[in-house]
Design a protein around this ligand. Structure first.
Ligand SMILES: *Cc1c(COP(=O)(O)O)cnc(C)c1O
Length: 233
């Protein structure tokens, strides 16, 4: 059995290699450690191994962990799961990032509910890039309106896009999807300030995502091991 520190090191190596293979600058891809369903003791192990960015999917579970680890002071917490409007307030109060903004109502509430003492909330628009019924996220024709709406919200900073491409596609389909996403990202990256994040790639497709311009991979299983429950991506 490898330790969390060892698996984290392995994930970092994998990112470094994929980044070099794609002829991209070193350190152009960040690693978000997805700790959903895992205990605080696992997060501490990763923290002690130098990890500072953690992703959670479930609001209540995430907030409990944030409160338990508040004394550390330098963890950046990312909400990556689907968000219902009755949960936006605690998210706006506790998280640093939200990757799963997919409609105006959620954006408006996060903006209104972000505490005045807190820095603006970093948000990504979740794009339903494969147009799958089962997935949350905004469909391509509706991306532009949401980009512009978020731009009008003073307590939000639009950082980029998040996507969860289809699991197990054939390589050509995967290439097409990731290319489409990268083109969409580039379109806004060149015109909007702070729009610097393409959150795509998980344990199983991290390498391909990095080859297609991902700037942040969200890795759970490869760091913390299999989850017993709640794989709701
Ligand atoms: C669970 C989850 C991940 C991590 O998935 P792994 O396959 O465990 O690496 C990444 N992104 C989202 C949105 C998730 O829900």
């Amino acid at each position: 059995m490898q330790t969390i520190a060892e698996r984290l090191q392995c994930a970092r190596k994998g990112i470094e290699q994929a980044t070099a293979d794609a002829h991209r600058p070193p350190n152009s891809v960040q690693l978000l450690a997805v700790s959903k369903t895992k205990p605080v003791s696992d997060i501490m192990e990763a923290y002690e191994a130098g990890q500072r960015m953690f992703g959670e999917n479930y609001v209540q579970e995430g907030v409990e962990k944030i409160q338990q680890l508040a004394h550390l002071g330098d963890i950046e917490w990312h909400m990556i799961g689907p968000l219902q409007s009755n949960k936006t307030k605690v998210v706006a109060e506790h998280f640093d990032w939200v990757h799963s903004v997919d409609r105006e109502k959620i954006a408006r509430r996060l903006n209104e509910q972000r505490p005045h003492y807190a820095a603006p909330l970093n948000v990504c628009i979740q794009v339903n890039i494969d147009n799958e019924d089962s997935k949350s996220g905004v469909t391509l024709p509706n991306v532009d309106a949401l980009v512009h709406f978020i731009g009008t919200q003073p307590k939000l900073v639009l950082r980029g896009f998040m996507a969860i491409p289809k699991a197990n596609p054939d390589p050509e389909e995967q290439h097409n999807t990731l290319t489409k996403l990268k083109e969409l990202f580039d379109h806004y990256h060149t015109s909007l300030s702070n729009f610097d994040t393409l959150s795509v790639g998980m344990s199983s497709d991290m390498t391909q995502a990095i080859a297609h311009g991902s700037t942040m991979v969200r890795v759970g299983t490869a760091i913390f091991g299999e989850r017993d429950y709640g794989t709701s991506a």
